[in-house]
Design a protein around this ligand. Structure first.
Ligand code: 0A1
Ligand code: ZN
Length: 883
C-alpha cells in the first residue's frame, strides 16, 4: 500500500509488449503455511515492438522471490536482475529464452482476495484484472496470451479436488499423503483468465451435447453442505450453451466446463477459461433459501460467465481501457438471453431501472468516465455500471441500427476475424461496419464521450396541413475533463397514438402511403437538433417516445398527467406503459415534495393504480412491475439538491394514501394470487408472488391488522424464500414493532446455518428505516454472523445501509457519513477493492444541499487523510474531492 500518489495509466501511451510468452508451465506446491509457485516461461521478443533492446519487465505484487533462472542459469539479484517492489526487471535477455521464477506466497493471509487466497479452507484464485502478479512474476497484461500447463500438488485429505483451466491430463500420488493433478489448456489466454482451486468439494455432474455432436462434461463444485443447491445453476448453464449456439452460432470448445462456488469473493463471478469461479450467492439456490430474484440473477450470471467464453476469452481485450469490449457485449448477450427465457418487457424494465437509477448517477458524478476510458489509476475501480450497463446499451443501439440479421453477420465476422486475439472496441465496431456496410464513425463517440445525453422534445400540430412535428434537440452535459461535446448518433424509436389508443401510421412525407407506413419507427438523430414531420394526421396524437428505451438518454417532454394516464393503459409498447406510470408517479411525488407535503395525492394516480389492480387482461408480470413506485434512489437521482428526508416522507405518504384508498383491492389482489401450486420460477408464478407481496407490503404501510395477520401466516406457512422474505420485509417495514422483532429472531433461528440466507436477513434490516437506524447497524456489525473478511456480509450491512436506507444514511447530523468513512478506512487495510466500492455514496457529495454536502465532504476528507491509503481508495477519494 502506498501513501504517495499512484501513477495514472493512459490509453494514449499504449505500447505493444516488448516480449511475448508462448507457454507457461506452472507448478504449485500448496501447504497450510503458504504456497511455492514454480513458473517456467518460454519467451520471445515481439517482432512488432520497436524496442529491440528493451529490458524484460515482469509485474509482481506481494511476492517473495526465491529463485530466477534464465536458460538454466541462476541469475543474481542486483547484477542480473532487480526487484522494484512492483516489477522484476532483467536488463539483458536474448531474443528467445526460457525463464524460471520461483516465488513464495501466503494465500492464508491474503485478505484482498486477489491472486491466490483461501476461502472456507479452500484455495482459490481471482486474477482479473491484475491478480496474476500476486501469484508469480509475469507480464500481467491481457495482450500477452500464452498456453498454460498447471501442476497442483497438495495434501490429499484436505484438498482431494485440484482444479485448473483446460483438460485434466495427469494425476497421481506423492509422498507424505500428498497428490497432484496436471491441467493443460490448449487455448492461448491472458493471465487474468488463469484459475486454480484446491479443496474438499463435492460435484454435481451433467453433460451437454453440442450442435456438432460433442459431449461436454459439466461440473459444479461446492462445499458438501451445498450439494443440493446446484440444480438451478446447472439448468441455467445448459440453457445458456444451447442459446449461444442458436442465437450467435457459438459452440463450446473444451471437453469440460466447471463452476466452483466460493463464499469469499469480491465480485459476482469470474469467467476463467473452463473453470468459472462464482460467489456462492450467485450460484447456490433452492426454493427454501433463495428468492425469485436470486434465481433470476443466478441464471443471468451463469449465462454471462458462460458467454464470456467467446466474448472475452476467445476474443479478449488488448488493454484494460477496452474492458467494455467484453463486458458491454457480454451484458448485452446475457440480457437478451434472459429476455428470451422470460418476459422481454419485464427484463427491459429491470435493466432500464438499474441504468437510470445508478448508471445515470455515476455518469453525473465525479467518477464519470466514457465507456472506453482514457485513463485510470487503479483498474479495479473501472468495473462500473458505465462499462457494463452503458456498454451494453451501446451494443444494443448497434443492434437496433443494423437490425438482427446484419448484427449477427457483424458478430460472426468479429469472432472469425479476431479469434485468438486481444483487440479493441474499435475492432468490434469495424466488424459491425464491414459486415453491414453502415458508417458508424459518429456512433463511435458513444465510446469516448462520458455523460448522459439529454434529449429535449417539443411538438406542434398543424391542423390545416394535418402535420404533426417533433423537434428533438440533444445536449451532452460536461463531465470531469470533458466539455463541449459533439452530438452523438442516437436511435430514437417512437409511435403515435390516436384518441382511442389506436397506433397511427407514421408517414414521414406527404407522399408516403398510409397503408404501408409503419406504426413504429426508429429515427436516427445525428445533429444537435432535428425536426421530423408526420403527415396525414387528422388530430393531434399522443406521442410514445423512446420506445423500449432505444438509447441511454434522459428524455424531456412535457407530457400532461392525462396523457400519461392514457399511455399507461393504451400504449402498445409495454415498456412505455410502465414508463408512463413511473413518470406520473414521479410527477405526483415531486410536486408534493415541492409543496412540503401540502395538498392531496392526485386522484388520477389512485385511479390508475386501481385500474391496474383490476386489469386481468394485461400481462400480470407487467402489472407487478407497474405497481412498484419509483424508488427513493431514482427520485433522488432526478432531483437537484435533493431533500432526502422530504423525498422519503413524501414517498411513504403517497404509498400510504394509495394503500388506504385501495385497501379492499389490495386484499383481493393478495387472495387472488395465493396458492398457485408447485413452486416454479416462470414469469407467471414470479408475477403472482410479486403481486401478492406488493399487496402485503402496501397493507402493512397503513398498519392494517388484516395485512399483519396475512403476513404472519405467510411467514409461518410459506414453502419458499420469496414468500417468506416478502412477509418478513413487510413486517420489518411496518410499525408492528413486537411482530418485527419476533419475526427477525425466529427467522435467524431457523436459517442461521445458511450464509446466503443470513445475508438476506442482514439486508432486510439494513435497508429498513425501522430496523436499520445507525445504532441498529452498529449492532449488526457486532452480530456473531457478521464477518469483516467476507465481502457479502460487508455489502449486506454497510453497502445496503448507505445505498438503500437513504433517509437514515443521510441523517442531517452527518452520523451516517462519518460511520461510512470509518468503515471504509477500516476495510481499506484488509480489502481495498471493497473499500473503494463502498465509498461510492459519499462521492456524490456535490449533488446535495450545502448542509449535507459539507458533511459528506468532511467524511471524504477523513478518508483522504488516513495513513497508508490504497491506490484504489486514493483514486476514488481524490477524484471526487477534486472534481
Ligand atoms: N469479469 C467478471 C467480473 C470480475 C471482475 C473483476 C474481478 O475482480 C476484481 C472479479 C470478477 C465478470 O464480468 O463477470
Ligand atoms: Zn463479465
Amino acid at each position: 500500500m502506498r501513501t504517495n500518489q499512484p501513477t495514472t495509466i493512459r490509453l494514449s501511451e499504449y505500447k505493444v509488449p516488448a516480449y511475448l510468452v508462448d507457454t507457461v508451465d506452472l507448478r504449485f506446491e500448496l501447504f497450510e503455511s503458504g504456497a511455492r509457485v514454480h513458473s517456467t516461461l518460454t519467451v520471445h521478443r515481439n517482432p512488432e515492438s520497436t524496442e529491440e533492446f528493451a529490458p524484460l519487465e515482469l509485474d509482481g505484487d506481494s511476492l517473495k522471490l526465491e529463485r530466477v533462472e534464465l536458460d538454466g542459469q541462476e541469475l543474481a539479484a542486483g547484477s542480473d536482475y532487480n526487484e522494484t517492489g512492483v516489477q522484476l526487471v532483467i536488463a539483458k535477455v536474448p531474443a528467445r529464452f526460457e525463464l524460471t521464477v520461483v516465488t513464495w506466497i501466503e494465500p492464508q493471509n491474503n485478505t484482498r482476495l486477489e491472486g491466490l487466497y483461501k476461502s472456507s479452507g479452500m484455495f482459490c484464485t481471482q486474477c482479473e484484472a491484475e491478480g496474476f502478479r500476486c501469484i508469480t512474476y509475469f507480464p500481467d497484461r491481457p495482450d500477452v496470451m500464452a498456453r498454460y500447463r498447471t501442476r497442483i500438488e497438495a495434501d490429499k485429505a484436505s484438498c482431494p479436488v485440484l482444479l485448473s483451466n483446460g483438460n485434466d491430463v495427469d494425476r497421481g500420488d506423492l509422498e507424505d499423503g500428498r497428490h497432484f493433478v496436471t491441467w493443460e489448456d490448449p487455448f492461448p489466454k491472458p493471465s487474468y483468465l488463469f484459475a486454480l482451486v484446491a479443496g474438499d468439494l463435492v460435484e454435481k455432474q451433467d453433460t451437454f451435447t453440442t450442435c456438432s455432436g460433442r459431449d461436454i462434461d459439466l461440473r459444479i463444485f461446492v462445499e458438501p453442505r451445498n450439494a443440493a443447491k446446484c440444480q438451478h445453476a446447472m439448468d441455467s448453464l445448459k440453457r445458456s450453451m444451447r442459446w449461444d449456439e442458436e442465437v450467435y452460432g457459438r459452440e463450446y470448445d473444451l471437453d469440460i466446463f466447471m463452476i466452483v462456488a466460493v463464499d469469499d469473493f469480491n465480485m459476482g463471478a469470474m469467467e476463467n477459461k473452463g473453470l468459472n469461479i462464482f460467489n456462492s450467492s450467485c450460484v447456490l439456490a433452492s426454493q427454501e433459501t433463495a428468492t425469485d430474484l436470486a434465481f433470476q440473477r443466478i441464471e443471468s450470471i451463469v449465462a454471462h460467465e458462460y458467454f464470456h467464453n467467446w466474448s472475452g476469452n476467445r476474443v479478449t481485450c488488448r488493454d484494460w481501457f477496452q474492458l467494455s469490449l467484453k463486458e458491454g457485449f457480454t451484458v448485452f448477450r446475457d440480457s437478451t438471453f434472459s429476455a428470451d427465457m422470460g418476459s422481454p418487457t419485464v427484463k427491459r424494465i429491470e435493466d432500464v431501472t438499474l441504468l437510470r437509477t445508478a448508471q445515470f448517477a455515476e455518469d453525473a458524478g465525479p467518477m464519470a468516465h466514457p465507456v472506453r476510458p482514457a485513463s485510470y489509476m487503479e483498474i479495479s475501480n473501472f468495473y462500473t455500471l458505465t462499462i457494463y450497463e452503458k456498454g451494453a446499451e451501446v451494443v444494443r443501439m448497434i443492434h437496433t441500427l443494423l437490425g438482427p440479421d446484419l448484427f449477427r453477420k457483424g458478430s460472426d465476422l468479429y469472432f472469425e476475424r479476431h479469434d485468438g486475439e486481444a483487440v479493441t472496441t474499435d475492432d468490434f465496431v469495424k466488424a459491425m461496419e464491414d459486415a453491414s456496410g453502415r458508417d458508424l464513425a459518429q456512433f463511435r463517440l458513444w465510446y469516448d464521450q462520458a455523460g448522459t445525453p439529454v434529449l429535449t422534445v417539443a411538438d406542434d400540430y398543424d391542423s390545416e396541413r394535418g402535420v404533426y412535428s417533433l423537434k428533438i434537440q440533444q445536449a451532452i452535459p460536461d463531465t470531469s475533463g470533458q466539455t463541449n461535446k459533439k452530438p452523438q448518433h442516437i436511435p430514437f424509436a417512437l409511435g403515435l397514438l390516436g384518441a382511442e389508443g389506436e397506433a397511427l401510421p407514421l408517414r414521414l412525407g406527404s407522399t408516403e402511403d398510409a397503408a404501408s407506413a409503419p406504426t413504429e419507427r426508429v429515427l436516427e438523430l445525428t445533429d444537435a437538433s432535428h425536426t421530423f414531420e408526420f403527415h396525414g394526421l387528422s388530430q393531434k396524437p399522443v406521442p410514445s417516445l423512446l420506445r423500449h428505451f432505444s438509447a441511454p438518454v434522459r428524455l424531456v417532454y412535457p407530457w400532461s398527467r392525462e396523457q400519461l394516464v392514457f399511455l399507461m393503459s393504451h400504449d402498445p409498447d409495454g415498456f412505455n406503459r410502465w414508463d408512463a406510470g413511473q413518470r406520473l408517479a414521479v410527477d405526483v411525488i415531486q410536486s408534493l415534495v415541492a409543496s412540503s407535503g401540502a395538498g392531496d395525492v392526485d386522484p388520477r394516480l389512485v385511479d390508475a393504480y386501481r385500474a391496474l389492480l383490476a386489469d386481468r387482461a394485461l400481462d400480470q408480470a407487467l402489472v407487478a412491475k407497474m405497481l412498484h413506485l419509483p424508488s427513493e434512489a431514482y427520485l433522488i437521482e432526478l432531483a437537484d439538491s435533493p431533500d432526502v428526508a422530504a423525498i422519503h416522507r413524501t414517498r411513504e405518504q403517497v404509498l400510504s394514501h394509495l394503500a388506504t384508498s385501495l385497501r379492499d383491492e389490495l386484499v383481493a389482489c393478495y387472495n387472488r394470487n395465493l396458492g398457485g401450486g408447485e413452486y416454479e420460477v416462470t414469469p407467471e408464478s414470479v408475477a403472482r408472488r410479486s403481486l401478492k407481496n406488493t399487496a402485503l407490503a402496501w397493507l402493512l404501510m397503513i398498519n392494517d391488522d388484516t395485512g399483519r395477520d396475512l403476513a404472519l401466516q405467510q411467514l409461518s406457512e410459506a414453502d419458499n424464500m420469496t414468500d417468506r422474505m416478502g412477509a418478513l420485509r413487510a413486517l420489518v417495514n411496518s410499525d408492528y414493532a413486537a411482530e418485527r422483532s419476533q419475526a427477525l429472531a425466529d427467522f435467524y433461528e431457523q436459517f442461521q446455518s445458511d450464509p446466503q440466507v443470513v445475508e438476506q436477513w442482514f439486508s432486510v434490516q439494513a435497508s429498513s428505516d425501522r430496523a436499520g437506524q445507525l445504532p441498529q447497524i452498529q449492532a449488526l456489525l457486532k452480530h456473531p454472523a457478521f464477518d469483516w473478511k467476507n465481502p457479502n456480509k460487508i455489502r449486506s450491512v454497510i453497502g445496503v445501509f448507505a445505498g438503500q436506507n437513504l433517509a437514515a444514511f443521510h441523517n442531517p447530523d452527518g452520523s451516517g457519513y462519518s460511520f461510512l468513512a470509518e468503515q471504509v478506512c477500516r476495510l481499506d487495510d484488509s480489502n481495498p477493492q471493497i473499500a473503494a466500492r463502498l465509498v461510492a455514496p459519499l462521492t456524490r457529495w456535490k449533488k446535495f444541499a450545502p448542509a449535507y454536502s459539507a458533511l459528506m465532504r468532511t467524511a471524504l476528507e477523513q478518508i483522504r487523510d488516513k495513513a497508508e491509503l490504497s491506490a484504489d481508495l486514493y483514486e476514488v477519494v481524490h477524484k471526487s474531492l477534486e472534481a
